[in-house]
Design a binder for this molecule. Sequence first.
Ligand SMILES: NC(=O)c1ccc[n+]([C@@H]2O[C@H](COP(=O)([O-])OP(=O)(O)OC[C@H]3O[C@@H](n4cnc5c(N)ncnc54)[C@H](O)[C@@H]3O)[C@@H](O)[C@H]2O)c1
Length: 343
Amino acid sequence: MGDMRRVLVTGGAGYIGSHTAKALARAGHVPVVFDNLSNGHAEAVRWGPLIIGDVRDPAAVEACMRDHAIDSVIHFAGLIEVGRSVVEPDVFWDVNLNGVASVLRAMRACDVERLVFSSTAAVYGQPDVPSLACLPETLPPLPINPYGDSKLAAERLIAAHARAYGLKGVALRYFNACGADPEGEIGEAHQPESHLIPLAIEAALGLGPALTVFGQDFPTPDGSCIRDYIHVADLAEAHVLALHADAGSDGFAAINLGLGQGRSVLQVIQAVSGAVGRPTPFGMGERRIGDPACLVADAGRARTLLGWRPVFTDLDEIVSTAVAWRRQPVFGDRLLTTERQVA
Ligand SMILES: NC(=O)c1ccc[n+]([C@@H]2O[C@H](COP(=O)([O-])OP(=O)(O)OC[C@H]3O[C@@H](n4cnc5c(N)ncnc54)[C@H](O)[C@@H]3O)[C@@H](O)[C@H]2O)c1
């Protein structure tokens, strides 16, 4: 293999990280997962070694880099629930910013040059654009919660390291990650779950409470929020491509990952009902504070800089991969049940 990379995948026991580890292995790279299993699952680490450790511990990260002759890093490890970030900003800033600082320090110590970072559309906050407009990376980022703040600060720290120390950094700003491995080996198993599609599937299967749709008076065609749902396998491929992306003269690039196509909450519910074969029970609730009407990516930069072409463009197909995963009798259920017992 000409350009085989040995990639440290922090947070690789989690949802997006595990799918990326699979994509890396398929492309001929070696994924070495580093995760403290606070939210991830050892069962989801199947394509390389799992080193259990905390990303805020630079010595542990550095030892892992040396032991496994790492030459690139993809940093997923972080805390992700926006609501929790508002009530526990301390821990969010600590994990999401100090975790990156520690990885950067270890990279310098080991002469590792390439970092791909999990960022988020939350850095845009409530963008001041015409309703239903696509968001380009050139918009001024103005996050509105500690989650988005901590991710933007981490981006800026990476950019500063790129300028000062010659690191090559790519921040991938995901819109709404969803779906599961099309081969059914891994999928989404957040605990607690806060994402629309898995919650809707639980409701439709009768495994969870009826769904609440937050807001029905947004300036959108059906009154519910519009988001850009991007399949996790397509996200995973973008990370493989980003290992080789030209980060430009600054050594740092931020790149949106979305389809550039918006879907409303009510459209998602319809897709889930279709894929499950039963209506999804739902009720209408108030808008949540800080929920923008519409968040859709301008995905042009991902095409030009990464050569990225998402494969899953059909919402019904995307949702059906998530339903197939949740219906599996062994892995999905065992995983969720075990964790509910622990919780
Ligand atoms: N899921 C989404 O829709 C979405 C959207 C935008 C951005 N992101 C970003 O993508 C990344 C991955 O998200 P995900 O949905 O896969 O989340 P996840 O919770 O499934 O995965 C995160 C992983 O990081 C690990 N982790 C957390 N703190 C750690 C620490 N201190 N040390 C070591 N490991 C630690 C967890 O155990 C978990 O395995 C996150 O950084 C998140 O901010 C996710």
